[in-house]
Ligand binder design. Structure first.
Ligand code: ATP
Ligand code: MG
Length: 499
């Protein structure tokens, strides 16, 4: 195997694979896109520096251990891992559609039919997880990625655990998750795994429908939560006042404070709201009310598979044609015990560690083929500098040139009172605090593509919704230099583009 070459923007990583771009930033390192120059296959690579983050050792082992046993259309696929020195490389299915939080408009949300589609797909993925005895424990829009057909892919299993082994459920007692999404009993512990994940799904539904979180945390010192739990004052207040009665009736059951009274996944999927045929129109206004409801579809007509793109079938077929990993009891035990038995090989001779008979089963996607064709035309793929862009709303082209763009961006950030720092790769790190006084860090990548300047904003740390609120403010101030046109692109490929 060739060593990892880290110089330059688009570099050879392992033989035949090129590092195309950074997809995102996690708690322990970056996630990069790898492209196979021969086949055009795309794979996401999560890098974790265990020397810098010794606390990540256990969570990475657990994440890998759990993710490799999961195979479902709504769970991000795991392909393999590799260790090199202190760096762990985890290879995952590439989610070209970006993150769910990017589809949520702050304080508005999204049309009900979209929220219903995402929500039922999420529930289908969680149903699968629970059937395998796995609890996710950190479900939130930032951890729900989308594929190129806009299908939900549950990701980030860093906090996941086994709650059922050999048919026996165990109570969980680790206080983990993200406070606004966490179930109240998790803060008290011990707790049952399934209702806790279901609660998080309920909070996700609220954010999708209203574009805001219902509370900072589900505890007695949070007035919004107390209102929901104990008195009727919540009905006239946001986010609830933005929702129609059917959605509220479902949410009262999903966000039932007592876990024993909380509705289960089957019943949620049977609920009228999940089976309603909402008008699938290009609503200019997102403030949908009872008025956009039609008669309910027949029972369970809206199963997640109904919403899948026809290509999904082929994806499932490809996956199903691979040997299905079976879960051995000792693997179950390893996971519960923190994966003591995982292979921590540092063998550098194998490119990517193949697991369970499959390695790169990801089907060649249309976009990959386009990319591949372009590369063949230019003959020398290694000289061909390209960039694929993940679909994302938080970016725009500007009409200004490079220096002017930086000047305008800096003036805007200073005006808003944000701290900023630019590095040699023209990435501006922006830090501030959000409404809840929590740290919010995001990055603006300044990229030249076909002679135009693109400002690409990505969340690093903090709440996705708060990040989007800040992005909107910045874009408003820069309105006069924003190049008018569509705000989302399927996937753009530019040649000789990365500065
Ligand atoms: P955190 O704990 O902060 O959530 P993490 O270390 O668990 O971080 P991830 O959430 O897995 O990291 O990834 C960070 C970001 O990278 C994601 O929010 C997403 O934007 C991007 N990303 C991760 N995996 C993929 C993927 N497979 N395809 C496309 N983008 C991805
Ligand atoms: Mg994450």
């Amino acid at each position: 195997m060739s060593s990892c070459t880290q110089n330059g923007s688009n570099r050879e990583f392992v033989e035949g694979w090129t590092l195309a771009q950074t997809l995102g930033e996690g708690a322990y390192g970056e996630v990069k896109l790898l492209i196979n120059r021969q086949t055009g296959e795309a794979v996401a690579m999560k890098m974790v520096d265990l020397k810098k983050h010794p606390d990540a050792v256990l969570s990475v082992r657990k994440e890998v251990c759990i993710q490799k046993i999961l195979q479902d259309p709504h769970i991000l696929r795991y392909f393999g891992k590799r260790s090199q020195g202190d760096i762990e490389y985890i290879f995952l299915e590439y989610a070209a559609g970006g993150e769910l939080f990017d589809r949520i408009e702050p304080d508005i949300g999204m049309p009900q039919h979209e929220a219903q589609r995402y929500f039922t797909q999420l529930l289908s993925g969680v149903q699968y997880l629970h059937s395998r005895g796995v609890a996710h424990r950190d479900l939130k829009p930032e951890n729900l990625l989308l594929d190129e057909h806009d299908n939900i892919k549950i990701s980030d299993f860093g906090m996941a655990t086994m709650f059922r082994m050999k048919g026996k459920e165990r109570l969980l007692d680790k206080r983990c998750g993200t406070l606004p999404y966490v179930a109240p009993e998790v803060l008290v512990k011990p707790y049952h795994a399934q209702p806790a994940d279901i609660w998080s799904c309920g909070v996700i539904l609220v954010t999708m429908l209203a574009g805001e979180l219902p509370w900072d945390q589900p505890s007695a010192n949070c007035q919004e939560f107390v209102n929901w739990k104990e008195n009727d004052q919540w009905t006239t207040k946001t986010p609830w006042s933005k929702l129609d009665t059917l959605a509220i009736s479902l949410l009262r059951k999903v966000l039932a404070v007592q876990p024993a009274h909380r509705i289960n996944l089957d019943k949620i999927l049977d609920h009228k709201w999940c089976n309603m045929q909402f008008i699938d129109c290009d609503l200019k206004s997102h403030d949908v009310t009872d008025g956009d409801l039609r008669s309910p579809k027949s029972k369970r007509q809206c199963s997640s598979s109904d919403f899948s793109h026809p290509f999904d079938d082929s994806i499932s077929r490809v996956y199903c044609s691979q040997p299905m990993p079976t879960m051995r009891n000792d693997v179950e035990a390893d996971i519960a015990a923190g994966c003591g038995g995982i292979n921590r090989s540092t063998n550098n001779n194998s490119a990517f560690e193949a697991r369970n008979g499959f390695c790169f089963s990801q089907p060649a996607l249309l976009d990959d083929l386009i990319l591949c064709t372009q590369m063949n035309q230019t003959q020398s793929a290694s000289q061909n500098v390209f960039q694929r862009l993940v679909r994302r709303m938080t970016r725009f082209f500007v009409t200004t040139q490079w220096d002017d763009t930086i000047r305008r961006l800096f003036t805007t950030l200073d005006k808003l009172g944000y701290t900023r720092k630019i590095n040699d790769d023209s990435v501006v790190t922006i830090s501030t605090t959000d409404r809840r006084k929590l740290r919010l860090v995001f990055k603006a990548h300044i990229i030249e593509m076909d002679g135009k300047i693109l400002l690409d904003f990505r969340l690093s740390k903090g709440c996705g919704l708060e990040f989007k609120r800040r992005f909107i403010k910045i874009k408003q101030i820069l309105e006069d230099i924003v190049l008018k046109g569509p705000t989302t692109w399927p996937i753009a490929i530019a040649t000789n583009s990365v500065p």
